[in-house]
Design a protein around this ligand. Structure first.
Ligand code: NAD
Length: 254
């Protein structure tokens, strides 16, 4: 890079990119000049991203190692390098603990929400190392910081992400590979569409959030962007709540 040319495009992969926070993140990164590998199980949801310049898509299940290695390979083959990995894909709900099939659903929840992050870090690190360092951001949740009612399994997976990020951040910090997480509060996406659409439930939730509103996916994407950027060069091993103040007051009713 020379002073009279634009910065070389940087390359990111984003999982769960077909919808919600992942889609907003992929779009923000493209807007800001990155090349993006967009990964999702939802083939149709990726079509809108395929129309953007500088996006390569990959259909796959992030709970499988092959998807993660293929995503990194695609970034390197198509765009020459990898600078950032946003490990965002996730699902909700194992149902009540005593309900039939709850443990099988929990196994799947853990695979999609936690195993995928371990696999994503494992796949990304060699490419980030080859690029001279880089950043990984996983998507946890405010549910990983506390015991939200009725979502014991989801809470457990999101808490696991927080400590997975801490431990791996410590292991790779000396190589210039930073690993952080965001913990979104209620954000208007497909995951929360039913809650947002229910006026009673929505009012209950927003009544507990000091900002008194849901977040937009873009507001999550902005913090993910910051954590991957050189502006966050000394930030690693942390989880940043992006929750309108919810975790600051412990969800106490106003
Ligand atoms: P979303 O449902 O809009 O998007 C999630 C995306 O992940 C979807 O496109 C889905 O197809 C994809 N996905 C699911 N399982 C996958 C798999 N096995 N392999 C590949 N892709 C898969 O939901 P969202 O709200 O944007 O969720 C993104 C992340 O944010 C999740 O990890 C979620 O737990 C977390 N989160 C969301 C909220 C919220 O209020 N929306 C709050 C806290 C945390």
């Amino acid at each position: 890079m020379t002073s009279d040319t634009a910065p070389e495009p940087r390359v990111a992969l984003v999982t769960g990119a077909a919808s919600g926070i992942g889609a907003a993140t992929a779009r923000l990164f493209v807007e800001r000049g990155h090349r993006v590998v967009a990964v999702d199980v939802d083939k149709e949801g990726l079509v809108a991203l395929e129309e953007l310049d500088g996006v390569a898509t990959l259909v796959g299940d992030v709970a499988e190692e092959a998807t993660n290695t293929a995503a990194v390979r695609l970034a390197v083959d198509r765009f020459g390098r990898l600078d950032a990995a946003v490990l965002n894909a996730g699902i909700g709900g194992a149902g009540p603990l005593e309900s039939p099939g709850a443990i099988e659903r929990f196994d799947r929840l853990f695979a999609v929400n936690v195993r995928s992050v371990a696999l994503g870090i494992r796949a990304a690190v060699p490419a980030l190392r080859a690029a001279g360092g880089g950043a990984i951001v996983a998507t946890s949740s405010v549910s990983g910081l506390r015991g939200d009612p009725g979502t014991w399994g989801y809470n457990a997976t999101k808490a696991a992400v927080i400590n997975l990020v801490r431990g791996t951040a410590v292991d790779y910090a000396a190589e210039g590979i930073r690993i952080n997480a965001v913990a979104p509060g209620g954000t208007e996406t497909a995951l929360t569409a039913a809650q947002v659409a229910d006026p009673h439930f929505s009012a209950l939730i927003t009544g507990r959030i000091p900002a008194h509103r849901w977040a937009s996916p873009r507001e999550q994407a902005e913090v993910i962007w910051f954590l991957t950027s050189p502006a966050a060069s000394y930030v690693t091993g942390v989880t940043v709540p992006v929750d309108g103040g919810l975790s600051a007051n412990g969800g106490i009713l106003p």
